[in-house]
Design a binder for this molecule. Structure first.
Ligand SMILES: Cc1cc2nc3c(=O)[nH]c(=O)nc-3n(C[C@H](O)[C@H](O)[C@H](O)COP(=O)(O)OP(=O)(O)OC[C@H]3O[C@@H](n4cnc5c(N)ncnc54)[C@H](O)[C@@H]3O)c2cc1C
Length: 465
C-alpha cells in the first residue's frame, strides 16, 4: 500500500548572518532566505547605489568574465537576470564566433559554438544581484560594519562581534547560523583559533601572476569583427597574455597578465608597451589609439588558495563559503561561478531540512562542487609554480605533453575547440578533454612529435645519466 509521507517538519531557524556582501555572500543570502526567517548581510564597506567599484573588493576594477555555468545559476536564482544585464547594455558574445582566442599554438577557429557570455562589469553584476535582495523583506543589509570575531555559544557560535567603521563602536549580533563569505582575506582561521578550534590546513598553488587593467572607450569607427579578444600565455616560454572585452557603457576592459613573476607595469606607456610584446598583436592594435577611460590598475594577489574546511572540525552552525574557502587564480575567470556553485551546495544541504551536522556536510559538498575549478586552474598553475620542465614529475610531464597536443587539436578542429570552451565555462568536466575522440589523436601526436633525444632533466644531469 502506498503511504504518503508527511514532509519533514522544518526546524525553527530564525536568523542567519552572512559576513561580506560580495558575490558569494549575496548568493548565500539568497539561498538562506528560503529557509531562515531573517538573513542579515554584514558588510564592512558602504554599499553604493551605483554600480561602481568598492574599496573592499579591489578586484572589482578588473575584468570579470562570467562563465556560462555561473550565468545559468544566476538565472536560476534570479529569473530574468540576463535580460536585465542585456537591458543595461551588456553585449552577448558567442565565445567562438564573436571572440578571438589566440593560444601559443595558434588561433581557435571562429564558429557559432552556442557557448555565450554576457559581458558585464563586476560592479554591475554585484549591484544587480544586491538590488534583487534589497526587495526581499526577509533580508537586511548592515553596511559599514566589520565583523571582528565570533561569539561562542552552546550550539557552537551564537553570533558575531562587529565594529562600526567610523566611530569604532562595538556590537554583537545574535545568529543561529553564521556564514563567512568575506573573501580571500578571511579572518575565519583566527576566529576559530580564538574559540579553541584548529585553523584549517591550506594548499597554495601560486603561478606568480600579475594583472594590469585599463578601461577604454570603444572607438566609434572600430572596424574589428569581434567583441572580445583573449591572448593566452603558454607554459613555459610564453609568460604574457591578456584579454580585451566590450562591456556595458560603450567601454572596453583591457587586462594584461604576466605569469611566473613577469608582472605587467602599471604606468600608461609601460602598459601599451607590454601589450605590444604579446604573442598576438590583437590587443595592442585595438588599444594603441583608443581613448583611455581610467588609470591603469594593478593586482598581484592571485594565488590559488584552498582552505581545507572540509577536513576541519568546525562549530556546527558556522560555514565558510566562496573565496574565503577556495580562491582561484582569477585569470581563468571562474571565481564568481565557483561562488555560485558554493551557494548551490548550500541549497542542497539546506534542502535536506536538517541542521544537524550542517557545517561538515556543507564544507564537503562545497569542496566537491568547486573541485572542477580547482583542478583546472591548479593543474596548469602547478607548471608555472614549478618553473621548468625538469621540475615536473613524470605524470605532470606527460599531462603537459598531452595538453599541448590537445591545444593544437583545438586550433585545428571546431569540435575540440567547443569542448575546450565547454570545460572553461564549467559546462563540462575537465575530463571531457580526455574523451577518446580527443585523447587518442592527442596521444598519437605526442608519440609522433616526441623529441628525438629527450632533454635530460636536472636530476638526471646531477646523477650523471
Ligand atoms: C583581479 C581579479 C580578477 C577576477 N576576475 C574574475 C573573472 O573574470 N571571473 C570570475 O568569475 N571571477 C573573477 N575573480 C574572482 C571573483 O572576484 C571572486 O571569486 C568572486 O567574486 C567571489 O568572491 P567572494 O564574494 O567570495 O569574495 P569578495 O568578492 O572578496 O567579497 C568579500 C566581501 O566581504 C567583505 N568583507 C571582508 N571582510 C569583512 C569583515 N570582516 N566584515 C564584513 N565584511 C567583510 C568585503 O568588503 C567584500 O565585500 C577575480 C578576482 C580577482 C582578484
Amino acid at each position: 500500500m502506498f503511504v504518503k509521507r508527511k514532509p519533514p517538519k522544518p526546524e525553527p531557524r530564525a536568523h542567519a548572518v552572512v559576513v561580506g556582501a560580495g558575490v558569494s555572500g549575496l548568493l548565500c543570502a539568497r539561498v538562506l532566505s528560503e529557509r531562515f526567517d531573517r538573513v542579515t548581510l554584514v558588510e564592512r564597506d558602504a554599499l553604493p547605489e551605483e554600480a561602481v567599484a568598492r574599496k573592499g573588493v579591489p578586484q572589482g576594477r578588473h575584468l570579470h568574465s562570467l562563465a556560462a555555468r555561473g550565468s545559468e545559476i544566476l538565472e536560476d536564482l534570479f529569473p530574468g537576470f540576463d535580460a536585465e544585464l542585456a537591458a543595461a547594455g551588456c553585449p552577448l558574445l558567442d565565445q567562438a564566433s564573436d571572440a578571438v582566442t589566440d593560444l601559443s599554438a595558434g588561433r581557435l577557429p571562429r564558429f557559432r559554438s552556442g557557448i555565450t557570455m554576457r559581458a558585464a562589469s563586476r560592479a554591475l553584476i554585484e549591484r544587480r544581484i544586491r538590488a534583487r535582495l534589497e526587495k526581499d523583506p526577509g533580508i537586511d543589509f548592515l553596511p559599514g560594519r566589520e565583523v571582528v570575531g565570533l561569539v561562542p555559544g552552546p550550539k557552537g557560535v551564537s553570533g558575531v562581534r562587529t565594529r562600526l567603521r567610523g566611530d569604532g563602536s562595538a556590537e554583537e549580533i545574535v545568529a543561529d547560523l553564521v556564514v563567512d563569505a568575506s573573501g580571500t582575506g578571511s579572518r575565519a582561521p583566527r576566529w576559530l583559533e580564538e574559540m579553541g578550534y584548529e585553523a584549517p590546513e591550506e594548499t597554495v598553488v601560486d603561478a606568480r601572476l600579475g594583472y594590469a587593467t585599463r578601461w577604454y572607450r570603444v572607438p566609434e569607427d572600430f572596424p574589428g569583427d569581434w567583441k572580445g579578444v583573449a591572448v593566452l600565455p603558454g607554459w613555459p616560454e610564453t609568460t604574457r597574455g591578456g584579454t580585451l572585452r566590450r562591456v556595458e557603457g560603450g567601454l572596453w576592459t583591457a587586462v594584461l597578465i604576466g605569469t611566473g613573476g613577469d608582472y605587467p607595469p602599471t604606468d600608461p606607456e609601460g602598459f601599451v608597451h607590454f601589450a605590444a610584446s604579446l604573442h598576438s598583436p590583437a590587443i595592442h592594435d585595438a588599444i594603441k589609439d583608443a581613448e583611455p577611460a581610467s588609470p591603469v590598475y594593478g593586482y598581484r594577489r592571485t594565488a590559488n588558495r584552498l582552505r581545507h574546511y572540509e577536513k576541519t572540525r568546525l562549530p556546527d552552525n558556522f560555514l565558510v563559503a566562496g573565496d574565503a574557502a577556495c580562491a582561484l587564480n582569477p585569470s581563468y575567470g571562474q571565481g564568481m561561478t565557483a561562488a555560485a556553485l558554493s551557494a548551490m551546495a548550500l541549497k542542497t544541504c539546506l534542502d535536506k531540512n536538517r541542521t544537524a551536522d550542517l557545517s561538515r556536510r556543507f564544507q564537503r559538498h562545497q569542496r566537491k562542487a568547486v573541485a572542477p575549478c580547482w583542478t583546472a586552474t591548479t593543474n596548469s598553475d602547478a607548471q608555472w609554480a614549478a618553473g621548468g620542465l625538469e621540475d615536473l614529475n613524470l605524470a605532470r610531464r606527460i599531462l603537459y605533453r598531452i595538453s599541448e597536443e590537445v591545444m593544437k587539436l583545438a586550433v585545428e578542429r571546431e569540435r575540440v575547440a567547443r569542448t575546450l570552451l565547454g570545460v572553461k565555462n564549467l559546462l563540462e568536466p575537465p575530463t571531457a578533454l580526455l574523451r577518446p575522440g580527443i585523447l587518442l589523436p592527442a596521444l598519437a601526436r605526442t608519440t609522433k612529435h616526441r623529441p628525438a633525444k629527450p632533454t635530460p632533466t636536472k636530476s638526471e644531469l646531477i646523477a650523471g645519466r
